[in-house]
Ligand binder design. Structure first.
Ligand SMILES: C[S@@+](CC[C@H](N)C(=O)[O-])C[C@H]1O[C@@H](n2cnc3c(N)ncnc32)[C@H](O)[C@@H]1O
Length: 194
């Protein structure tokens, strides 16, 4: 509880809650030492693969700016929309992350500082490239959570190496780590556009 000058208690404007690395790849990457991805207060975020908003809610605590939260499953989008009703800085976008034109319309031309993607699909790299081509520039921090098993059942290290080669054609790789032991067979990349 926070107290005002006359000692009357008031609710804090934001509640900081425990952020669990087992439930959030973004948090796991910070716990593994990538502290530069803690979003600043003025970060505008495009978040692809928002699910019910577990991680989105923590990002909403940290930035005063807006988070465009894209999710394509109705089952996940309903709790996300309910969360957005309680927060002033979450804009849920019920859409396939591949539908750039729809996302563009929903964002009303707002420029982003951070592009984050956590989409476990076979074409996750292509989705990232498409979105960064449209929404990112050289100053955008691009955060990519890779789920190797969604691309191939082969050895995860091999998929990781193949994806790294693909990413190098489009991005500068600033950091890349395994998210083990929080998320097995997952990797995390901090990228910027070439
Ligand atoms: C691993 S969950 C994301 C968890 C979330 N990032 C968090 O930390 O709270 C992946 C989400 O991506 C969504 N998804 C999968 N394919 C998608 C697509 N093409 N467009 C948008 N969302 C997609 C899934 O429905 C799922 O909710």
């Amino acid at each position: 509880m926070v107290f005002t000058k006359d000692k009357t208690p008031r609710k804090p404007s934001k509640l900081y809650r425990e952020w669990n690395p087992l439930k959030s790849k973004w948090c796991a990457a910070i716990r593994k030492g990538i502290e530069e991805i803690i979003p600043p207060k003025d970060a505008v975020v495009l978040y692809l693969g928002a699910s019910t908003g577990t991680t989105v809610s923590h990002i909403s605590d940290l930035t005063d700016e807006i988070i465009f939260a894209v999710e394509n499953s109705a089952e996940m989008a309903i709790p996300l929309i309910r969360l957005a009703e309680k927060r002033r800085n979450i804009a849920p976008i019920f859409s396939d992350a591949r539908d750039i034109e729809y996302i563009k319309k929903a964002m009303f031309g707002k420029k982003i500082n951070i592009l984050f993607q956590d989409i476990p699909s076979r074409d996750q790299v292509e989705i990232l490239i498409k979105n960064s081509d449209e929404f990112a520039d050289k100053n955008t921090q691009i955060l990519f959570s890779l789920k190797t098993q969604s691309i191939s059942q082969q050895n995860p290290d091999r998929t990781y190496r193949e994806v790294t080669e693909k990413l190098k054609k489009h991005f500068l790789i600033l950091k890349n780590i395994s998210l083990d032991p929080f998320h097995r067979k997952h990797y995390f990349f901090v990228l910027s556009k070439i």
